[in-house]
Ligand binder design. Sequence first.
Ligand SMILES: [Zn+2]
Length: 207
Amino acid sequence: MDGPQVGDLNLWNADDLSERFYSGKTRALHGTHLTTGMRMWSGFPNLRPMATIIDDTLGWYGKDEFGGSVHDVIGTRCDPYTHKLLTDNDYHHCCHSNLTRALADETGLSMAKAEVLVHDVLNVFMCTGFTRDTGQYFMKASPVRPGDHLEFHAEINLLGALSACPGGDCSAKHSSDAAACHPLKVEVFEGHGDPAPRNGYNRSHGR
Ligand SMILES: [Zn+2]
């Protein structure tokens, strides 16, 4: 809203939290970064579109000279476990923890039960890619500016959580309170229509 900020988005079926966004399959179906016309898919056995992107004000960014782009489904989410491994410090405001607290607050689930429902994210506004020479994941300052937005059409009844990443625009440090952070705004518009059908596979798996 008032400065560059990336967000980590989780989506669940509001009526069945075991159905959630599947970033790996979405990446396989659409590519490493999402933009207008692409969909966020749920995991097995449902494998159906949860949301379709209908507007992206950062669509102009395309792919930069380093192979970077925005709104990735390659990063996971910043989390206190990796941070502990790398630094031996406890940090409590990574996206994983923010999403866990939000889900627990909204549903009344315990923190332990909520945590296992948190999943890999759509990295809204984040600018990432893989280095051309070594294929390693990189992130760089997000080009997002106040007023930019992503707009989705919900394909099923959704519960969503969005974490303003403590990395801010992700140009420097993660997993600390060092980066400048800004609020993200979520607006929900009323809609109607039939939910996307569940995947038609008969689930016999050959038995
Ligand atoms: Zn984060």
